[in-house]
Design a protein around this ligand. Structure first.
Ligand code: C2E
Ligand code: MG
Ligand code: MG
Length: 535
């Protein structure tokens, strides 16, 4: 680089020298050959001037020539500098990969358009790709870059002429569009973007598929600053992601509050898991028709310091989405195993395991570690999975299921009838139990058709060698009917709501839970009640 500069400097100087020499030659030709010096001589003679004046005159001419040449060079350098500055400014405002505007230019354009006012409706779309991360992981960064470039091109084609399209960050894009047609036009546009970006991208013989979620915010001058508009569109996009991706959402002011509350909930839940605010409740499971208690389903409760006892529906989905579900479930399992050690040895525990946990190839090992640590026997434990786990990855589910059963842990298919599982899954995977969802059980009284369905599920279970549990039994009528149809176990408010450990132990000691003739009443008191520490 330095050499290059030196070379160009050298040739510049030589060029200047040659120019000056040419100039000198021209002066000589003009003066001597064409006689121009004669009128100079005449002036000197007429005005009685000395030869020194003649010398000064030619030196002055030389100086003028030198400064003209210098000025030309300066002008050229200034032009070059201006061009380089313009080039740098252009680069600083564009994304090098896609050639689209970057966040800086997008914000500037947004400000400009808002200040200028517009006749139609000005809106900002924030477009975030779905399932982009696995593209990099599976095919490498080159493939990821190809997808991003294709997205840039497709956005350019799909959005109306005159729109500003930008790549904000990673797999997040934005568009500033003007539509005269209002809400409906925007909705159509957003849907068009989603469709365009969902088409596969061809890359080295692969068909790479991503999707897109779009957030829309009005960008007219009275809607806060440009930054606030972008933030609003971003919030709407995040809401779209939460609602299931591949969709669009228009910003509403309530979203801001909802997302802040959600962020608080996530932070609080992390603390709750770390400090043991999540605790197991136990709901009795009874054998039919005798209704003796055979064990308990373990259900998580959050003893929130300000909001009191929170139900799983408020925090389990958050734990699942944020990846905290593993820590939460192992915490609950560990505490339940410790609690149940002091209870009659034939009582079983059933714990719920989230679908994502079934994709963890170490699930069986982690459960084994907890069983070993707490001294709880594997044959007393049942794991409940929902149908979603099977649909996500059949092979991973099969492997985990087999590993658990090898340990002696039984596996139940929870909420049967509410998910997507088919007879194929039931045949492919060897479950030990079917839990009939309470939406079926509750409806038994409503009409014959529903009762026929429950009956069919019980028969299906027994034909596949599975025992069945009916969930959500609330009335004596339904329990009698279920028992008469051959349902093996029942669970529901009729036999007991989920209770904390202290309540279970009080009932055990007072003989309020019929745990069958085989079970002697446990001696649970301050001496034998196990705490986590004592264990
Ligand atoms: P689930 O596993 O199907 O649990 C049964 C749910 O039905 C419990 O709700 C229970 O309180 C409720 N229930 C039981 N009998 C009756 C009844 O007679 N009537 C009515 N109306 N409801 C009844 P809960 O405790 O709110 O739990 C809801 C769901 O949250 C559970 O459904 C389970 O999927 C999930 N869950 C709870 N604890 C955990 C956990 O530790 N880990 C995971 N991954 N999921 C959990
Ligand atoms: Mg369950
Ligand atoms: Mg259930």
């Amino acid at each position: 680089m330095a050499d290059k500069r030196k070379a160009s400097w050298g040739s510049g100087e030589l060029y200047d020298l040659l120019c000056l020499m040419m100039l000198g030659t021209c002066v000589w030709v003009l003066g001597v050959q064409l006689g121009a010096f004669r009128w100079v001589d005449r002036i000197i003679l007429d005005h009685n001037l000395s030869d020194v004046f003649k010398l000064g005159f030619f030196m002055g001419m030389g100086a003028v020539a030198a400064s003209v040449s210098k000025s030309i060079r300066l002008l050229k350098a200034m032009r070059e500098r201006d061009a380089a500055e313009a080039q740098a400014a252009e680069t600083a405002r564009h994304d090098p990969l896609t050639g689209l505007a970057n966040r800086r230019l997008f914000t500037e354009r947004l400000e400009e358009r808002r200040a200028a006012g517009s006749t139609g409706r000005l809106a900002v779309l924030v477009i975030d790709l779905d399932r982009f991360k696995p593209v990099n992981e599976l095919y490498g960064y080159e493939a990821g870059n190809a997808v991003l470039r294709a997205v840039g091109e497709r956005l350019g084609r799909t959005l109306p002429e005159g729109s500003t399209v930008a790549r904000l960050d990673g797999d997040e894009f934005a568009a500033l569009v003007e539509t005269g047609t209002g809400g409906e036009g925007l909705a159509r546009l957003a849907q068009g973007v989603i469709t365009a970006l969902s088409a596969p991208v061809a890359w080295h013989g692969h068909e790479i598929k991503v999707g897109a979620t779009v957030g829309i915010a009005a960008a007219d001058a009275d809607d806060g600053t440009a930054g606030a508009v972008l933030h609003a569109a971003d919030l709407a996009m995040v809401q779209g992601k939460r609602d299931g991706r591949g969709t669009y959402r228009v910003f509403e002011s309530a979203m801001d509050e909802a997302l802040k509350a959600r962020a608080r909930l996530e932070a609080d839940l992390r603390v709750a898991i770390d400090t043991g605010q999540i605790e197991p409740y136990y709901q009795p499971v009874v054998a039919l028709p005798g209704q003796t208690v055979t064990g308990f389903e373990v259900l998580a409760r959050w003893r929130h310091p300000e909001q009191g006892l929170l139900m799983p529906s408020t925090f389990i989905p958050v734990a699942e989405e944020t990846g905290m579900i593993g820590d939460l479930s192992y915490l609950i399992l560990r505490r339940a195993c410790l609690d149940a050690r002091a209870w009659p040895a034939h009582l079983q525990l059933a714990v719920n395991i989230a679908p994502q946990q079934f994709q963890d190839s170490d699930l069986a090992l982690r459960i084994l570690a907890i069983l070993t640590e707490t001294g709880f026997q594997a044959h007393r434990l049942e794991v409940e999975i929902t149908e979603t786990a099977i649909v996500q990855d059949l092979e991973a589910t099969r492997a985990t299921l087999g590993a658990l059963q090898t340990l002696g842990v039984r596996v139940a298919l929870d909420d049967f009838g509410t998910g997507y599982s088919s007879l194929y899954h039931l045949r492919e995977l060897r479950f030990d139990k079917l839990k009939i969802d309470r939406s079926y059980v509750n409806s038994i009284a409503e009409g014959d058709e529903r009762a026929k369905l429950v009956d069919a599920i019980i028969k299906l279970g027994s034909s596949l060698g599975l025992v069945t549990t009916a969930e959500g039994i609330e009335t004596e009528t339904s329990v009698d009917w279920l028992a008469s149809q051959g349902c093996d176990y029942g669970q529901g408010y009729l036999f007991g709501k989920p209770m904390p450990r202290a309540e279970i132990e009080r009932r055990l000691v007072e003989g309020l839970l019929d745990t069958g003739p085989a079970a002697p009443k446990p001696e649970i008191g301050p001496r034998t009640v196990l705490t986590e520490k004592a264990a």
